[in-house]
Design a protein around this ligand. Sequence first.
Ligand code: APR
Length: 315
Amino acid sequence: MPRRNKITVVGAGNVGATMAHWAVQKHLGDVVLVDIKEGLPQGKALDLSEAAPVMGFDCTLTGTNGYDETADSDVVVITAGVPRRKDPETGEFTSRDDLVEINRKIVGSVTREIAGRSPNAVLICVSNPLDAMCHVMLAESGFPKERVIGMAGVLDTARYKYFISEKLGVSVDDIHGMVLGGHGDTMVPVPSHTSVGGIPLTELMDSETIDKIIHRTRKGGGEIVGLLGYSGYYAPAASVCAMVESVVRDRKRVLPTACLLNGEYGYENLYIGVPAVLGKAGVEKIIEMKLGDKEKEMLEISANAVRDVVKLLPY
Ligand code: APR
């Protein structure tokens, strides 16, 4: 009997639960929410299920603290992890190295649980530090690189496009562009390939305004943390939902995706955000776009920042 797509979301926190919300509202498939906290995934799944008669979706939601319910998923989104926290005694934030060590263990164990039960799934990483956690998922799953990807570029690009549309007073639908590179302060927005209704951005905005937008995009995550005291989740959840949709509906959208590069853009064995065609098989193609000298330089800085974190991993 034909069945609906099956989407597992590990981590029923802010990003995971919001992602589940949009996935069922868009009728993308049945959703299994997994979390280590007892009651949390069950409660979120039940609360969302009770919205079904009002919102008019038929997709089912299951909440669990185990993995058997995730078997044979088509797509698995991993948001499990801990954020950087301020130590109440010392006032210091978790160091990057400590965060890598903590999240590496969480993402590694989650990936092993998932991979054994859903050997054909496309895995999408959301946990930070994003590019390094993609390396963990690739190593621990043993999956081909086409089926292990990360979400960062769609979010960074969404922020970039929103800031442009806000500045120009035009619809977000008419802004096209990409943010490449690693997820972090060194990400690479590409103004040379950004257009507004087909018109190059550089004809509509002076370079000083573009630079301000690039700066705000790079600090976009921090801007939200500064306001809320914790990370944003609407835009991250919407971004991962766009990737899931492209996979389960085989839309073959061209989305900036953290992919393992093997020669593309001149990089070897490194996860970096690049334009990729996403379909049922995961990454169906990596598109190499022409970059200007300044953009290439920025990509190199970004790649070095990713390498510095990947070096901390035992692979
Ligand atoms: N297995 C399953 N779930 C886990 C595990 C684990 N081993 N460890 C932690 N979790 C769950 C937490 O219980 C929590 O509910 O992951 C969830 C993370 O949710 P939030 O703390 O709300 O974080 P969120 O804002 O959703 O961010 C998700 O995105 O930006 C990245 O690194 C960040 O890892 C974070 C992820």
